[in-house]
Design a protein around this ligand. Sequence first.
Ligand code: AMP
Length: 188
Amino acid sequence: MEAIIIFGPQGCGKGTQAELLVKNLGIKHISTGQLLRDEISKETDLGKIAGEIINKGGLVSDEIILGIIKDFLEKNRGNTILFDGFPRNINQSIELLNILDETGAKKIKVINIDIPREESMTRLLKRAQIEKREDDNEETINKRLDIYYEQTQPILNFFKQEGIKIIDINGIGSIESIQETILNKLKE
Ligand code: AMP
């Protein structure tokens, strides 16, 4: 089993790039944010709990997220998995490494797509008009970006210390050219 983590601030295009990677590489994909949004639209118990937190721009508890991840990995043993939106903090990262150790994962690669904070804001406000995501308003976007820079970005250093290779990608450019760069760098 291999694990690929697609990483970057909100609006960097990781969801779009993840979908293309799934098509191009035929790998399995988990987006914790999408999975939670599906639970919200199905009005499940999990959806009700997650919905309140997501709409305020906060993070859902590690316990809930790790439960989702363990369940997904259990069902997809032996596959290469692309993680989108997970891990979001150091604790989730430590737990991920433990889980991958237990499942005998051989390789972990991190694709770090970066864009400036102002670009995230511009792109997310534009997305708000198109997709009407309730968590895409200026106040919530700022809160989500604060959490990204305070809790999520430090994961990169943690991974580096663990000897995990980080593939840095500039998130400004066309969808196709960024995908091509990612595919080339994954082969290196
Ligand atoms: P995303 O689509 O990845 O931006 O996720 C949307 C929202 O889902 C986030 O703002 C969080 O509230 C929640 N969420 C997604 N993934 C996680 C995670 N790994 N840990 C905690 N909360 C998460």
